[in-house]
Design a protein around this ligand. Structure first.
Ligand code: ADP
Length: 270
């Protein structure tokens, strides 16, 4: 009994809750009047500093769920609590990274990283200071004055990560951030992201199509069903972080990967 109480869906009880999701659902109304049920009855809680991956078929509602967590989209049913408070508008305390870096081509690296702080009206000295710290954190020191076209795809994504971190958020949303990168760059950035998430202590919600990436990076993987999507199973990856890249070819992680693949293929008897 005590053992069962120690974990909430596989999350250590000692970890403070950042997000509480209570029975949320989302139905979109299309322009021609058709109702699209994208997400159906999702309830879960996410801890401060946790790394969570959302894994599921294309179009199943992963982005919709993530956008609702940040208050960018209102649920049709249920509610979300962030640090105990109901979410009714976009959070002030989050950063986001998409598959494309979406940098402003006429701004150099540091000016791109400073953009969110500039929008909030932070003084130049303060934002420069913070931006330089974040550029260092993502391993781009020395590239501050370069323009996006002078950088590789992987470096541009590092800039996007630095920009997402620039307000020191407690939540980072990442929507397939490495989907457009080659395999070696992707592996390198997985390691960097692991280090960054542990150093900053931010909670990361990570959407990916890669089962191995989800298993390698996450404290817990939320396996989602096809539309209307719900969290079908929460799989805790009980391997301490930081994890070594060699883990990717190990039987230990391989067991999780096989389990996750079977869940996604519907071969788990559900
Ligand atoms: P995923 O991120 O898993 O690929 P999404 O959350 O983007 O899925 O979309 C879930 C479903 O909701 C899809 O079928 C998509 O077509 C539909 N959808 C997303 N946004 C809208 C919208 N604004 N209006 C109508 N349907 C939408």
């Amino acid at each position: 009994m005590r053992l069962a109480m120690q974990k909430i869906h596989g999350r250590p009880e000692s970890m403070p809750t950042l997000i509480e999701i209570e029975g949320i659902a989302k139905t979109y109304q299309t322009a021609d009047g058709v109702a699209v049920r994208a997400v159906d009855s999702v309830s879960c809680s996410i801890g401060s500093g946790e790394f969570i991956s959302l894994l599921g078929p294309s179009g199943c509602g992963k982005s919709t769920l993530m956008m609702m967590m940040a208050g960018l989209l209102a649920p049709s049913e249920g509610q979300i609590l962030f640090k105990g408070q109901p979410v009714h508008e976009p959070l002030k305390d989050f950063g986001v990274v998409f598959q494309d870096a979406i940098l402003l081509p006429w701004r150099n690296v540091i000016a791109n990283v400073e953009l969110p702080q500039e929008i909030l009206g932070m003084t130049k000295n303060r934002r420069r200071d913070l931006a330089e710290k974040m550029i260092q954190l993502v391993g781009l020191s020395g590239f501050e004055k370069k323009f996006p076209h002078e950088l590789s795809g992987g470096m541009q994504q590092r800039v996007a990560i630095a920009r997402a971190l620039s307000l020191n958020p407690s939540l980072i949303l990442m929507d397939e951030p490495f989907g457009a990168l080659d395999a070696m760059t992707r592996e390198q950035l997985n390691l960097e992201l692991q280090r960054i998430s542990l150093e900053t202590g931010a909670t990361v919600i990570f959407v990916t199509h890669s089962i191995a990436e989800a298993a390698f990076l996450s404290d817990r993987v939320f396996v989602m069903s096809g539309r209307p999507s719900t969290v079908r199973e929460i799989v805790p990856i009980d391997i301490p972080r930081p994890r070594d890249i060699d883990l990717l070819s190990s039987d230990r992680l391989g067991g999780y990967i096989t389990h996750l693949r079977r869940l996604l293929d519907g071969k788990d008897g559900h």
